[in-house]
Ligand binder design. Structure first.
Ligand SMILES: C[S@@+](CC[C@H](N)C(=O)[O-])C[C@H]1O[C@@H](n2cnc3c(N)ncnc32)[C@H](O)[C@@H]1O
Length: 198
């Protein structure tokens, strides 16, 4: 897979008219995730958005929870300069601190297998409690995503492949949420899929 250019044309194409998702959609998602974490007794004090692109999640936290420590990163020079992120490749960068909530939304379909393996280790090291992850699988590219609004020039991996990599560090909760195996947040048995209890 050739190295991607995450440049102005890329963000115009996928975040202009007919974008993959909008800030209004992320407002619904971020409200839901933050509220669900509060239901489970977790006060989010620190938030990390990895591969933040236009920075919708970062903006939502800053606007709605200004006391939360927020860091957003991206590998793209253009995104960092335009949207104001720390430049970091998640396959090579591991923060020195842990965040209560880490978001990695529509990023891991870009790096190759070895880089994603390392990226997931870095996400795990960065995450104190919850990871919100969205990454389309081969199945999703075939049957779920809108090919007109989605970047199809990416890595296609199975859900089984991602589950195996993620399962070393996280327990799958559902709805895109993964709980760090180091987290002390208690979960009822039926809040998680069978076979993924501590
Ligand atoms: C589809 S956009 C998603 C942006 C944002 N997370 C969202 O959901 O709106 C993919 C983003 O991932 C970033 N990216 C790709 N590979 C990355 C890596 N190895 N480390 C950090 N960011 C990466 C790209 O620069 C781009 O901004």
């Amino acid at each position: 897979m050739p190295q991607r250019g995450f440049d102005a044309a890329y963000y115009d194409k996928f975040y202009g008219r007919g974008s993959v998702h909008t800030s209004a959609q992320i407002e619904h998602l971020a409200t839901g995730v933050h509220s669900l974490l509060a239901w489970w007794g977790l006060e989010v004090r620190s938030f990390l958005d990895v591969g933040a692109g236009p920075g919708f999640w970062r903006d939502w936290y800053r606007a709605n929870h200004p006391k939360v420590r927020v860091v957003s990163t991206d590998v793209s020079d253009y995104a960092c300069a335009t949207y104001g992120h720390k430049k970091a490749d998640i396959a090579a960068w591991r923060p020195a601190w842990r965040s209560d909530l880490v978001v990695c939304h529509s990023v891991l379909q870009y790096p190759d297998n070895a880089a994603v393996h390392t990226a997931i280790e870095n996400l795990a090291a960065a995450c104190r409690h919850f990871l919100y992850l969205e990454v389309p699988t081969a199945h999703d590219f075939d049957d779920v995503v809108d090919p007109m609004a989605t970047d199809m020039s990416v890595q296609r991996r199975s859900g089984t492949w991602y589950r195996r990599e993620l399962g070393r560090h996280f327990r799958q909760v559902g709805g895109g949420l993964w709980l760090s195996r180091d987290s002390t947040v208690p979960m009822y048995e039926l809040e998680m899929p069978a076979g993924d209890r501590r």
